[in-house]
Design a protein around this ligand. Structure first.
Ligand code: FDA
Length: 539
C-alpha cells in the first residue's frame, strides 16, 4: 500500500464518520473484499464522499422523477472496466449482503437500476458505462455489443460498416442495450423483423456464482430467459451477439398531424382497421397527445394533437401508392415525406433536425424529456376501439391540470404475428393490433404535484379498461409500471404476488421464467421490486 496516502481502512473510517452511515460493517468489508480481488479496483468505486458521486449518479437518471433528495441513493457506484470487476462485485456483494442494481442506459421507467422504493435497502449501482465495445461483422451479418453501449452507439457502429444493415431495436438513441434487450426492445422494424430480443443469437453473462457464461455454457433455458424476461434477475449481461437485418439503402419517413377533434378521432378509428394488415415493409405508428406548451416548446398551448409517424423500407415512389391504396383517409402527399438512410431515421424519430450529422447518435447526454418527470403505463389492443371510446380519450386529455400526456401507439402484425408467444419471454404476438403507452409528463417538483399527474394517468388507464386486453391485462415489461404489482418489502421475491404482474408482462411464460430463476439464482440475489422470484422464496 502507498504510504504517502492515508491507508485504505482510515479512509473508510473517515467516510463512515462523515456520512453517519450506521451499518459501517458491510460497506467497509465490501470494499476490502473488492480490494482483495483487485488492488486497483477502488479507482472505479465512487462513494458518497467522492466529489463526482452525484454527477455520476445523475448522468444516467433518465426520469427526473427519481432525481430528488428524497430518492434513496446507493451506498456506492461501481463502474467496471473489465468482466473480472463484475465477478468481484458479485462475489463481494453476496458475501457482504449488499444488493446490486445494474445500470446500462438508466432508462428504467421506475428508476430501479439506480434506486429503490425501500429507503432502508443497502445497495450499490453497478454502472456498465465503461463496457460499451461494439464489433460489427458484415459478412456474417452479426455484431457483438457490450451491454453498456447505447442504441445510438450500436446504430452508428453498424452504419459505419454498411448502409444496408440495421438492428430492429428501439428508437431513442441513449437507451442502453443491457436493459432494453433484457425487456424485449421494439422499434420501427418490429413489423418486418420482430423485436431486439428476437434477434439475439448469443450472449455473455456473469451469473450469481461469478461465472462467465455464453450460450453454450448457460444452456437454452437461461438463454431463453434473458431475452425479454427482465433485467437484474438472472445475472448480469455483459454483451449480446446480435443478428443484423438487411434494409434498403433508402427508407422513407413521414409525420402527419391533425388537431381538429373530429378529423383526429376519425383517422385514429380508421388507422386501427388497417395498421396491422399493412405490408410489413411499412409501419405507421400514432400518438394522441395534449401539451400545454410548457414542455414541448414548439406546440401551441392546450393543443390536442393526433399524429401519425411512419417508416417505409423503400423510396417515396413505392410508399405513396401503397398509402393511397391502404390508408387513403390520411391524404399523404409526397411533400410530407422524406428519404434517408435507416440509421438517420433514428435521429428523425428522436426529433433531431433533418441535417443533423449521424454522430448525433453518439451523444449520451441528450434527454427525451428535459427536466420533465414522467410515468408510463402500457396496454395491448386486440379489437378496434369504437369512435365513442376515442371521444372519451379526447375528453380525458382536456382535463384540467394535465400538462403533457397522451397515448403512443405502436402497430403490430407482420413478423410479430408469426413468432410464437413462447419463443422468448416477450409474449405479445398474434392477435394484437397495436401496443399502447399511456404517459404523463410534468415539470413541477413535489409529491403533491406528482400525485395529481399520477392520478390523472391512472384515471386514463382505468378509462381504457374496456378497450384493451383482459385476463391478463397485458403490459410491456420495458415500460415498467409498479402500479401493476411489486415484490415484497426490500425486493424479496414473492411468487404469489409476482404471478399477477408477471402474467401481464409474460403471460404463460411467467412460470417458465420462475423455473429458470429457481435453477440459476435460488437465493434471489439478483432482484428488484419487479424481478422474477424463485419458488424457494415462498415455500
Ligand atoms: P436501465 O439501465 O435503467 O435498465 C433497465 C433494467 O434492466 C433495470 O432493472 C436494470 O437493473 C436492468 N439491467 C440493465 N442493464 C443490465 C444488464 N447488463 N444485465 C442485466 N440487467 C440489466 N423501449 C422500447 O422498446 N422501444 C423504444 O423505442 C423505447 N424508447 C424509450 C425512450 C425513452 C426516453 C425511455 C426512458 C425509455 C424507452 N424505452 C423504449 C424503454 C426502454 O427499453 C427500457 O426502459 C429499458 O429497460 C431501458 O434499458 P436501459 O439499459 O437504458 O435502462
Amino acid at each position: 500500500m502507498d504510504t504517502a496516502h492515508p491507508s485504505f481502512p482510515i479512509l473508510v473510517a473517515l467516510f463512515v464518520l462523515l456520512l453517519g452511515v450506521t451499518s459501517s460493517q458491510p460497506y467497509e468489508e465490501f470494499l476490502q473484499c473488492l480490494e482483495f480481488h483487485d488492488s486497483n479496483i477502488t479507482s472505479i468505486v465512487y462513494t458518497r464522499a467522492n466529489s463526482s458521486f452525484s454527477s455520476l449518479l445523475e448522468s444516467s437518471i433518465r426520469n427526473p422523477r427519481f432525481d430528488t433528495s428524497a430518492t434513496p441513493k446507493p451506498l456506492l457506484i461501481f463502474t467496471p472496466r473489465q468482466i473480472s470487476h463484475i465477478e468481484s462485485a458479485i462475489r463481494c456483494s453476496r458475501a457482504h449482503r449488499i444488493q446490486i442494481r445494474v445500470r446500462s442506459g438508466g432508462h428504467d421507467y421506475e428508476g430501479l437500476s439506480y434506486s429503490t422504493i425501500s429507503p432502508s435497502l443497502t445497495f450499490l449501482v453497478l454502472d456498465l458505462r465503461n463496457l460499451r465495445a461494439i464489433q460489427v461483422d458484415v459478412p456474417s451479418k452479426t455484431a457483438w455489443a457490450q451491454a453498456g453501449a447505447t442504441l445510438g452507439e450500436l446504430y452508428y457502429a453498424i452504419a459505419a460498416e454498411s448502409r444496408t444493415l440495421a438492428f430492429p431495436a428501439g428508437m431513442w438513441p441513449t437507451v442502453g442495450l443491457g436493459g432494453h434487450i433484457s425487456g424485449g426492445g421494439y422499434g420501427s422494424l418490429l413489423r418486418k423483423h420482430g423485436i431486439a430480443a428476437d434477434n439475439v443469437v448469443d450472449a455473455q453473462v456473469v451469473d450469481v456464482e461469478g461465472r462467465i457464461l455464453d450460450r453454450a455454457s448457460m444452456g437454452e433455458d437461461l438463454f431463453w430467459a434473458i431475452r425479454g424476461g427482465g433485467g437484474n434477475t438472472f445475472g448480469i449481461v455483459v454483451a449480446w451477439k446480435l443478428s443484423l437485418v438487411s434494409v434498403p439503402p433508402t427508407v422513407t419517413l413521414f409525420t402527419a398531424s391533425r388537431t381538429a377533434q373530429h378529423k383526429g378521432i376519425e383517422l385514429f378509428h380508421r388507422w386501427q382497421h388497417v395498421v396491422d394488415k399493412l405490408p410489413d415493409d411499412l409501419i405507421v405508428m400514432a400518438s394522441l397527445s395534449r401539451d400545454n406548451g410548457t414542455i414541448l416548446a414548439s406546440s401551441n398551448a392546450t393543443t390536442i394533437q393526433a399524429s401519425f409517424n411512419s417508416l417505409y423500407l423503400g423510396g417515396i415512389e413505392g410508399l405513396i401508392p401503397m398509402m393511397d391504396a391502404k390508408f387513403p383517409d390520411l391524404g399523404l402527399r409526397r411533400e410530407n415525406c422524406v428519404e434517408m438512410s435507416w440509421a438517420k431515421s433514428i435521429l428523425y424519430f428522436a426529433g433531431f433536425p433533418l441535417n443533423s450529422p449521424l454522430e448525433s447518435l453518439l451523444d449520451r447526454t441528450i434527454s427525451a424529456t428535459g427536466s420533465a418527470k414522467f410515468k408510463g403505463k402500457s396496454d395491448y389492443v386486440k379489437e378496434p376501439i369504437p369512435i365513442s371510446g376515442f371521444e372519451g380519450i379526447w375528453e380525458k386529455l382536456k382535463e384540467v391540470g394535465v400538462q403533457t400526456g397522451g397515448l403512443i401507439l405502436a402497430s403490430y402484425g407482420g413478423k410479430m404475428s408469426e413468432i410464437p408467444e413462447s419463443s422468448i419471454p416477450f409474449p405479445h404476438r398474434a392477435g394484437n393490433i397495436y401496443q399502447v403507452e399511456e404517459v404523463a409528463f410534468w415539470v413541477e417538483d413535489g409529491v403533491e404535484a406528482a400525485d395529481g399527474y399520477l392520478n390523472w394517468l391512472r384515471g386514463l388507464y382505468e378509462y381504457m379498461t374496456p378497450y384493451v386486453s383482459k385476463n391478463p391485462r397485458e403490459a410491456y415489461a420495458n415500460y415498467r409500471d409498479l402500479d401493476i404489482g411489486r415484490n415484497g418489502g426490500g425486493g424479496e421475491g414473492d411468487y404469489r404476488r409476482a404471478r399477477s404482474w408477471g402474467s401481464s408482462y409474460y403471460k404463460n411464460n411467467f412460470d417458465r421464467l420462475v423455473r429458470v430463476k429457481t435453477a440459476v439464482d435460488p437465493a434471489n440475489f439478483f432482484r428488484n421490486e419487479q424481478s422474477i422470484p424463485p419458488l424457494s422464496s415462498w415455500r
